[in-house]
Design a protein around this ligand. Sequence first.
Ligand code: AMP
Length: 417
Amino acid sequence: MQQFIDKYDFAGKKAIVRVDFNVPLNENFEITDDTRIRAAVPTLKKVLEKGGALIIMSHLGRPKGVSDKFSLKHIVGRVSERLGVPVQFAEDCMKAESQVAALKPGEVLLLENLRFYAEEEGKPRGLAEDATDEQKDAAKKAVKASQKEFVKKLASYADCYINDAFGTAHRAHASTALIAAYFPDDKMFGYLMEGEIKAIDNVLHKAQRPLTAIIGGSKVSSKLAVLKNLVGKVDNLIIGGGMGYTFIKAQGGHIGDSLHEDELMPDALAIIEEARRKGVKLALSVETLAANEFSNDADTKLVSPYEIPEGWEGMDAGPASLAAWEEIIMNSKTVLWNGPVGVFEMEKFAGGTLKIAELLAEATKKGAYTLVGGGDSVAAVTRMGYADKVSYVSTGGGAMLEAIEGKNLPGIAAIRE
Ligand code: AMP
């Protein structure tokens, strides 16, 4: 049965906590952004305050085996600083028994990168390029078999399990999902996970109406499932960014050299039709800031996205698009935003995305519930200094996207079931 961190009695217990300490490091192995460490602190401190001991586990990067570059030893100092207590380090997550046994209430042990073992992800490694299907199958079976021992060993370290790694909640890995089975009555979400789950719920299941989703980014293909799920749920669907041009071309528009995916035009038309059938207002761009090359030094002009000249490409939302979207956003009670509405990495084409960030902050002030999810939109609100002026900024790009697709995330299901 699922427990709750605020009610659970941690006194004298050892808690194994899956966090997402996958932080960016520079060439000197210094942390360049410790947001993810800070995000886990409330949960970790709670366990310590309530008299528990902590065994912290995480992955870092995508190592193919043991690798100094991806060692979590580089972050021990910062974790200790953020928690305000010393942090011990287990150099091998499978050989931490004696350190775990010696752990007293209030003490903290950080395990080495779980992904030094293929068993964490349960995917075979080191297969020859020309491996046959039988060899691949055998390797898969072997890693799945040894994964059971891996999970069992991690579970043996602790009395209870907390998952606070939303960033990997969409993966059915050893530490994010499988381990929960060893703690049928002692498993729970950390505060970060609780917050993310509540935010998703507020938008997908308990939304105050009107509910508006703003979906931008480069490709329809990467967000097709998101669009399909949302079109059945929202009142307004704003589609901006590069992906909008596939919708416009599918309707017979001339999009010049704008980014688009011809093979997704039937899907775009199906979404337009579904929106019409459901009475959902689909708001595509009505004015585009076009450029004569994909560069911040390009010449620009404002054009209709349906009449972009050859040699020009749509790079950002124009003022008329932003004005139309503003009206929708300001009249919404719930707003979900994922993906930039222009090539916001280039200053000349960042205006639309920054305006959306500003509008979300304004809508929040007016009482709307606003959720920003996905790396680039999160970067935009942060850059504008609006991160604390919207209702919730999600920490998990891929996980948030899969949640918006309507998928049951393995990391969430493992605790609830
Ligand atoms: P995504 O990862 O799918 O959310 O896409 C984010 C990327 O979409 C960013 O790198 C943007 O530069 C890019 N993008 C947004 N609008 C456009 C556009 N009109 N043309 C090309 N790329 C775009």
